[in-house]
Write a protein that binds this ligand. Sequence first.
Ligand SMILES: NC(=O)C1=CN([C@@H]2O[C@H](COP(=O)(O)OP(=O)(O)OC[C@H]3O[C@@H](n4cnc5c(N)ncnc54)[C@H](O)[C@@H]3O)[C@@H](O)[C@H]2O)C=CC1
Ligand SMILES: C[C@@H](CO)CCC[C@@H](C)[C@H]1CC[C@H]2[C@@H]3[C@H](O)CC4=CC(=O)CC[C@]4(C)[C@H]3CC[C@]12C
Length: 369
Amino acid sequence: MAEATEIRKLVYLVTGGCGFLGEHVVRMLLQREPRLSELRVFDLHLGPWLEELKTGPVRVTAIQGDVTQAHEVAAAVAGAHVVIHTAGLVDVFGRASPETIYEVNVQGTKNVIEACVQTGTRFLVYTSSMEVVGPNIKGHPFYRGNEDTPYEAVHKHPYPCSKAQAEQLVLEANGREVHGGLPLVTCALRPTGIYGEGHQIMRDFYHQGLRLGGRLFRAIPASVEHGRVYVGNVAWMHVLVARELQRQTALLGGQVYFCYDESPYKSYEDFNMEFLGPCGLRLVETRLLVPYWLLMLLAALNALLQWLLRPLLLYAPLLNPYTLAVANTTFTVSTDKARRHFGYEPLFSWEDSRSRTIRWVRAVEGSAP
Ligand SMILES: NC(=O)C1=CN([C@@H]2O[C@H](COP(=O)(O)OP(=O)(O)OC[C@H]3O[C@@H](n4cnc5c(N)ncnc54)[C@H](O)[C@@H]3O)[C@@H](O)[C@H]2O)C=CC1
Ligand SMILES: C[C@@H](CO)CCC[C@@H](C)[C@H]1CC[C@H]2[C@@H]3[C@H](O)CC4=CC(=O)CC[C@]4(C)[C@H]3CC[C@]12C
């Protein structure tokens, strides 16, 4: 007991700690970071599940706050050794305005960096995204690429643009002097499409399939491959890189790492069927019935309707020109940089990731959409 309290001396802050990924990071830190003494969970909306975490050996502090408010961020960061910044506005459906997306993703990240500098926090891990690389607006495939693969990263959509700007700010901040005179050490993790327990889009597809009598309709050719990664492995990568950033500052500082695991390369829809299939849905082949030009037309129509209806209501379907372009462009990652730099191995095998996700979808069954 005395030994356990002796080594527990670190304070971590997780921004966005009540989101899909954030919750997994929080739980993973409590399970796998033995040096933790206090875990601060900062989010705009706090989850009730945080209460049950408050009984363990680590002090869990829930902080309701907004990353766009510099003073709230500085107060939360003060005294923390490590910040894991996962908070972000993930919107590719036109729910939020571009200004709001920039405010949260770019200004919010600036506030986190400045808070570290002012308060003397030295270690910052940023949750970036594969979207900072691509797919680009030209629809170029990125096939089994790694962190050094040349690719024309050209974006127009506010979400990838904001993530790219924020990532750049984080990487440029590496080496800045923080309060107390020591250098800030930063790095960025770039998950591909994350799946697992709590994945809202998977939940939406599941309910849509139930409404359609147990069917989903294939819209994207099966040959278009998507990189996907299990949320538990993404969380584990965050925990590990945060730990190793403190030990190997020169090697890890200023670096980017794709998040990867053993999940198979498949099309977005075929991959989802790995979980939705065992839950009773089937994927109906419609390629001959719904040609790509028709999908583009539907996507454009959705965008037009969104614009026309905006004064009256928020119309934000999954299909729009941007999501169609992303879904229809191959983007897969093949790298071992995280293993080489900080010894990352996936904690969950593909079989584990799959069965955990299926179990979660089954539990979602019957719950309101
Ligand atoms: N879901 C995915 O497939 C991927 C997500 N990412 C990144 O991972 C991070 C987490 O994403 P998800 O967990 O999927 O999203 P999420 O929406 O479930 O979680 C984001 C969390 O940030 C919080 N948040 C939003 N605005 C905030 C603000 N102004 N102040 C404080 N907290 C705020 C939300 O309340 C939410 O709890 C994001 O930075 C996202 O860009 C990267 C690659 C893929
Ligand atoms: C055409 C539709 C017919 O079924 C399918 C539409 C699927 C899309 C909603 C998704 C396809 C690819 C997804 C994105 C991808 O996984 C990369 C992402 C990374 C992020 O950082 C945030 C989420 C997302 C943009 C993800 C969003 C949903 C898709 C566009």
